[in-house]
Design a protein around this ligand. Structure first.
Ligand SMILES: *[C@@H]1O[C@H](CO)[C@@H](O)[C@H](O)[C@H]1NC(C)=O
Ligand SMILES: *[C@@H]1O[C@H](CO)[C@@H](O)[C@H](O)[C@H]1NC(C)=O
Ligand SMILES: *[C@@H]1O[C@H](CO)[C@@H](O)[C@H](O)[C@H]1NC(C)=O
Ligand SMILES: *[C@@H]1O[C@H](CO)[C@@H](O)[C@H](O)[C@H]1NC(C)=O
Ligand SMILES: *[C@@H]1O[C@H](CO)[C@@H](O)[C@H](O)[C@H]1NC(C)=O
Ligand SMILES: *[C@@H]1O[C@H](CO)[C@@H](O)[C@H](O)[C@H]1NC(C)=O
Ligand SMILES: *[C@@H]1O[C@H](CO)[C@@H](O)[C@H](O)[C@H]1NC(C)=O
Length: 787
């Protein structure tokens, strides 16, 4: 009896308390829910903000928070920006205390899983909080911002804000990021393509920084434990309580602070922005785009001459070549190409894309240099310096004010320019058809890149100090005349790269006619014959069934040629991406072969040989279709750049380990990285980058996934994280029958591409993992949070 009484009293008490709470603070009780399509929402006490289902133009909804008293209803946060909900979906604060978004199809998304929640509240500053029974905050939307910061919000170290894809039209994750880095720097970057920052706060080294949007002053600044280290906003309209404030990272990559007059305002007004020159935002006009912004307000994106927009309705998505050409194609001649000159234009400082530069006061000399170097796709002449650029071309822009002191040169195919004149705004379907029919598209990204890097010096020096053993080498020295005759006056060209041209020929060796491949080196070191001979001897010392054998060389006057056994079955590249008869077992055998060849170079050669340019074009197939690595030992033969004191380094975009670009020594682990990419190509039969996937995506109008799909390693990582590896090989019965091994090989590939070289396995360990004698754990990149 007494017990019942107590229960009744306590229930009554709880009831009255909850009524009281609801009236005064708009507490949201357990069991509350909102349904998409009804007009219900949870209001903040003042009514300034509301939480509920925010309707999108396409009829879908985002569960989010918006400014509720202004006609724009500006959205400031959402829980499902990349996965909009349909009519009839609900958000429930369940009796268990979980905040759950239930899609209309039944799929549940837990916005928060805390179990001690006793109520929720939308605070007047726009923060949705979950409270425990003592009103302590256990979860808040301020802790997981999307693209906007509100007054009173403090973003601690490690926080990342991502822009929208397209203003108030598409709220899904876009391509720009503001990160409060763990090193103390705030960085704005275009993270989806060529993840490089275009602004940073220069506060690296500060401990425990955070970005504060001060509630009482409406100013934004960076603080550390000692106080303000850098001010962002310095002035806002007063009194600040008359205005709504927000700071947003925009779909144009800017960080901007906006105000809205609560009394009689009719629009948001910009009071501050971080980027004042919009064209400096990395990739703002996409790949092959051209940015201009005469007033530094509006951005006008066009395509470089010879290129057309991927999406005519959205020029900032980038462009693609009208005609797919390989400037280094063995069959092409100079008259196939032309140079388009753009006055008053340059490429933003982007060393990564620089092939080389040299000083010249003659602008025509620069144009000629761009034309003559087959790896060079464009150039810029500025301040008496000519800089050659490689593909892909990013960040081309009009320079202001116009001073006529800089000129950009774009190399185009003659056909591409004719195309340009024929069509003004080509239809998407036509573009798509021409793109898909063109399988050589990815080739333009696969061209060998020769570029310079001062940090490779230690590596080069270390290598040079090692002398080859003084053993008898079975190499033959040929005269230039002999090779000229063998190759029929260099008529049968079979390949051309950035630093060499390859011809077939026939030589008589020990009375037998032997078919050979003669490689004529073009940009060789000039310090002296001794270096050349030393390096050739190092190559000549190698002997392994998975390496292409060097037969001899020519070192006469200026001529430097290498003579190899001829591999009749072509490159791994054509086998993987063109040949239909590429069985799973054969592919595995090829992967083993390459791994063994690399192990030999790294651990069994004295001195050690680092290949530096492992890619499918550098793996050849012999008469029995066994894999043999080509072009090893050449990294040190290449000529120094004319203008820098650095030594040339070889590598190909997409296969190049990240440390090439960083301030760390380069080791054999760069080959492990490239091998990882190659291994994934072999088992997935897909090129490391497939540009046409960008266009395929267009049909689904889903910008969010374009780069993951385009770049093999990102795509594989995505698939592994999502756990749908099996579904992507569903069509391949051979692989399905050996799925365990396929999965293991995928993991090995991911281990090899760890960005931290010390985490990558050695080639010895790779082979042990391939053989199954060493356990393959979960690669760190899979465990890492998706950023
Ligand atoms: C929601 O509000 C809009 C506009 O105020 C109105 O047109 C619509 O009928 C309302 N819907 C419901 C389900 O009440
Ligand atoms: C959410 O709330 C709706 C409406 O009150 C209810 O029909 C539904 O069963 C609830 N769902 C969950 C998972 O509690
Ligand atoms: C349910 O709908 C959501 C949102 O459209 C979607 O992300 C999810 O995959 C769907 N779930 C199922 C099982 O179809
Ligand atoms: C939250 O809890 C539910 C069960 O109550 C569980 O199915 C779900 O996986 C949990 N989600 C997270 C993110 O922990
Ligand atoms: C770091 O800064 C935040 C916010 O200023 C503070 O709450 C936290 O205690 C600081 N952490 C350390 C380890 O000093
Ligand atoms: C906001 O500014 C006021 C006045 O300058 C200051 O007292 C307060 O500490 C600041 N708040 C934060 C979180 O930095
Ligand atoms: C060059 O042209 C010849 C004859 O037209 C052709 O057989 C060969 O495949 C071409 N080579 C390349 C690399 O395109």
């Amino acid at each position: 009896m007494a017990a019942t009484k107590i229960l009744v009293y306590s229930l009554l008490f709880a009831f009255s308390l909850s009524c009281f709470a609801q009236e005064t603070t708009n507490r949201i009780e357990l069991g509350s829910s909102i349904t998409a399509g009804s007009n219900s929402s949870w209001q903040s006490p003042s009514g300034d903000f509301a939480f509920g289902f925010y309707p999108l133009a396409n009829g879908h909804f985002l569960a989010g928070i918006w400014f509720d008293k202004i006609p724009e209803k500006t959205l400031v946060w959402s829980a499902n920006r990349d996965d909009p909900a349909q009519m009839g979906s609900t958000v429930n604060l369940t009796l268990n205390g979980q905040l759950v978004l239930t899609h209309s199809n039944g799929t549940e998304i837990f916005i928060d899983n805390s179990t001690f929640t006793s109520s929720a509240l939308l605070q007047d500053k726009g923060n949705l909080v979950l409270l425990d029974s003592s009103s302590k905050i256990i979860w808040e939307s301020f802790d997981s911002p999307t693209d906007t910061i509100l007054l009173g919000q403090v973003l601690p170290m490690g926080t990342k804000l991502y822009s929208n894809a397209n203003g108030a039209i598409d709220y899904s994750t876009g391509k720009y990021r503001l990160e409060i880095q763990m090193d103390g720097n705030l960085v704005l970057s275009a993270f989806r393509f060529a993840d490089r920052g275009y602004w940073n706060s220069i506060t690296a080294g500060k401990k425990n920084v955070s970005l504060v949007f001060n509630q009482s002053t409406a100013l934004m600044y960076i603080v550390d434990d000692t106080g303000i280290v850098s001010s962002m906003t310095t002035e806002v309209p007063t009194p600040i309580e008359n205005y709504y404030h927000r700071a947003t990272i925009t779909d144009r990559g800017n960080l901007q602070q906006w105000v809205y007059n609560k009394r009689g305002g009719n629009r948001w007004t910009l009071v501050w922005q971080r980027i004042t020159e919009p064209c400096i935002v990395n990739t703002i006009c996409g790949v092959f785009g051209f940015c201009s912004s005469p007033d530094n307000k509006e951005v006008n994106c066009k395509c470089l001459p010879g290129y057309s927009p991927l999406d005519p309705n959205n020029p900032s998505r980038g462009c693609y070549p009208n005609v797919m050409v390989d400037f280094c194609d063995a069959n092409s001649t100079a008259s196939d190409f032309a140079i388009e000159v753009i006055e008053n234009a340059d490429f933003l400082n982007d060393e990564f894309a620089d092939l080389s530069h040299f000083r010249t006061t003659d602008v025509n000399e620069c144009e000629k240099a761009v034309m003559d170097d087959c790896l060079c796709a464009a150039g810029v002449w500025y301040d008496s310096t000519c800089t050659k650029k490689r593909l892909p071309l990013l960040n081309a822009r009009r320079s202001y004010p116009s001073t006529n002191d800089r000129v950009a040169f774009i190399k185009v195919s003659q056909m591409g320019i004719q195309e340009q004149h024929k069509k003004d705004s080509p239809s998407r379907v036509v573009l798509l058809a021409s793109l898909l029919s063109c399988s050589v598209l990815a080739l333009i990204f696969g061209i060998t890149v020769v570029y310079n890097h001062p940090l490779t010096q230690p590596y080069i020096h270390a290598q040079q100090s090692a002398k080859p053993k003084s053993v008898e080498i079975n190499l033959k020295a040929f005269s230039f005349q002999e090779l000229r005759e063998a190759t029929n006056d260099f008529k049968s060209r079979i390949g051309r790269g950035g630093f060499s041209t390859v011809y077939t020929g026939v030589l008589t060796l020990d009375g037998k006619e032997v078919e050979v491949a003669v490689k004529q080196l073009e940009k060789v070191i000039e310090q002296g014959d001794k270096d050349f001979l030393t390096e050739v001897q190092v190559i000549g010392l190698t002997h392994h069934k998975n390496l292409v054998r060097l037969i001899g060389f020519c070192n006469e006057h200026k001529h430097r040629l290498l003579v190899y056994e001829l591999m009749k079955n072509g490159t791994l590249s054509s086998f993987l991406f063109a040949d239909e008869n590429r069985s799973w077992d054969h592919r595995i055998e090829i992967a083993f072969g390459i791994a063994r060849g690399l192990l030999y170079l790294h651990e069994e050669c004295e001195p050690q040989i680092i290949h530096c340019d492992i890619k499918p074009q550098n793996v050849l197939l012999d008469n029995n279709c066994k894999a043999k690595i080509a072009d090893f030992g050449l990294a040190k033969l290449l000529k120094k750049d004319q203008t820098r004191t650095s030594t040339v380094v070889r590598g190909t975009m997409g296969y190049m380990a990240p440390e090439w670009l960083k301030n760390v020594p380069v080791t054999a682990k760069v080959d492990v990285y490239s091998f990882g990419v190659l291994l994934l190509e072999i088992i997935f039969c897909r090129k490391h980058v497939e540009l046409h996937r960008v266009t395929e995506e267009l049909l689904q109008v889903d910008e969010g996934t374009q780069v993951e799909d385009m770049i093999l390693v990102d795509w594989v990582l995505c698939c592994v994280k999502a756990g749908n590896l099996r579904s992507i090989v569903n069509h391949d019965l051979e692989v399905l029958g050996d799925f365990k091994r396929f999965e293991t090989m995928t993991m090995i590939g991911l281990w090899c591409i760890c960005s931290n070289p010390t985490l990558r396995p050695s080639m010895k360990k790779v082979i042990q993992m391939l053989e199954g004698t060493v356990e393959v754990g979960v690669p760190p990149e899979v465990v890492a949070q998706i950023s």
